[in-house]
Design a protein around this ligand. Structure first.
Ligand SMILES: Cc1ncc(COP(=O)(O)O)c(C=O)c1O
Length: 395
């Protein structure tokens, strides 16, 4: 067996749409990117969408557009990819790292309240929908994360790199916070190779992001080169960035979007198998979720090996690799990364749940097309490593 950690399903209209772009002779941002934006916004139920070349760019644009500036403080969970925090440093703002809940690996309303109590001047939060699960966004008692932030005037940027398509309370992630940023990196739930999307219901944020994603120019390239009625002329109204999504990538994105619901249900099928097969291994904690299986994008299936596990996480990964099963780790927390640790003098003891997760966490394969034989083999291998051959049960 050779089962990679991730695999891109590309059997739809990807090739056909790429060919259309090549035939058009226009390889950078134009009709495919605009169509992708329109379809994506419709899918998640948001007013505006801006296609960009990564989720990192989307996060940078979001932070800039809501007016975060030098020396501002922004809450970020430590259990995330560096992009969630690094975009703050681009503009001289500072991440204030928080712990997460052990079970869900998300910021909870209690953790948020505590963090605000200790840092009353935070201006925003970068809310990470870890693994594809949304945290408690809002409750009838107004005690959800959005409620707490709105009450205190804290802006909410959602890092939804893992969360397409994810729902909270029957509504897709994409229209809760001030801006929501998705990733279409090669291993994400839908991909454009490299790419991202910023969605928002706020027209001011949208207008700023549209300008800043392309050099701060006041008109998009497509209209500059194709609008026969007006001249070549354009103005630069701000020192912007070069973050637009080329049409070749958008072509792949459009084809992937057509299959997004099917892909999600395929990942759910894998998750259901794992939950059933691995649920009674005493030294293993499985992902916990509130809400229904359908609300979760199931981008990741992260296990935690408890301290009583007979092997360390790193030995587990080596043994899985020796048996032909790819795994990954999400994440070595940012408070352990040299740059953040040294810049902010971070202490592991301030992140007890994140530490507990980090010491045992390992993510196993979960993607469309992972078949029953492969799923069975993965579970059998895990049981052999953690329980020994005698305890292996097959269903
Ligand atoms: C939580 C999180 N945020 C942001 C990113 C950055 O995404 P991109 O590679 O599209 O910039 C990633 C990428 O893996 C991620 O996992």
């Amino acid at each position: 067996m050779n089962i990679p950690f991730s695999k891109v399903p590309l059997a739809g209209n990807e090739q056909a749409y790429i060919n259309e772009v090549l035939a058009s002779g226009w390889l950078t941002t134009s009709s495919k990117a605009m169509n992708f934006e329109k379809q994506f916004a419709q899918f998640v139920g948001a007013r505006f969408a801006c296609a960009v070349n990564s989720c990192t760019s989307a996060l940078h644009l979001a932070v800039e557009a809501i007016g975060i500036s030098k020396d501002d403080k922004v809450l970020v969970p430590s259990l995330t990819f560096t992009a969630s925090a690094e975009v703050l440093r681009y503009i001289g703002a500072h991440p204030v790292f928080t712990d997460v809940e052990y079970d869900t690996r998300l910021i909870s309303p209690e953790i948020l309240k505590n963090a605000i109590f200790r840092n009353p001047h935070v201006r925003a939060i970068i809310l990470v929908h870890y693994g594809g699960l949304a945290p408690v966004m809002t409750t009838p008692e107004r005690e959800g994360i959005l409620d707490i932030c709105r009450f205190r005037g804290i802006r909410v940027i959602e890092d939804a790199a893992h969360a397409f398509p994810t729902k909270y309370d029957n509504q897709y992630i994409g229209s809760f916070g001030d801006a929501t940023c998705f990733s279409f990196y090669a291993n994400k739930t839908i991909t454009t190779g490299e790419g991202g999307m910023l969605v928002t219901n706020d027209e001011e944020i949208y207008n700023r992001v549209k300008i800043m994603r392309l050099h701060g120019i006041n008109r998009d390239i497509w209209s500059r080169f194709t609008d026969k009625s007006s001249s070549w002329e354009y103005d630069v109204v701000a020192p912007g960035f070069k973050y637009n999504m080329p049409d070749i990538n958008a072509a792949v994105g459009l084809a992937q979007l057509e299959k997004a619901s099917y892909f999600r249900s395929e990942r759910q099928r894998c998750a259901e198998f794992y939950l059933r097969e691995l649920g009674d291994i005493p030294c293993l904690d499985l992902p916990v979720f509130n809400g229904s299986m359908e609300d979760h994008s199931w981008h990741l299936f992260p296990l935690v090996l408890k301290p009583e596990s007979p092997v360390t996480r790193n030995d587990f990964i080596s043994q899985m690799a020796n048996k032909g099963v790819g795994t990954s780790v999400h994440y070595k927390p940012l408070h352990r990364m040299t740059y953040y640790k040294e810049t902010y003098s971070l202490d592991e003891h301030a992140f007890p749940n994140t530490e507990k997760i980090w010491k045992g966490t390992v993510s196993i394969p979960i993607y469309p097309g992972l078949d029953q034989q492969e799923l069975t083999y993965i579970c059998q291998t895990i049981k052999e490593i953690l329980c020994g051959p005698a305890d292996v049960k097959y269903t």
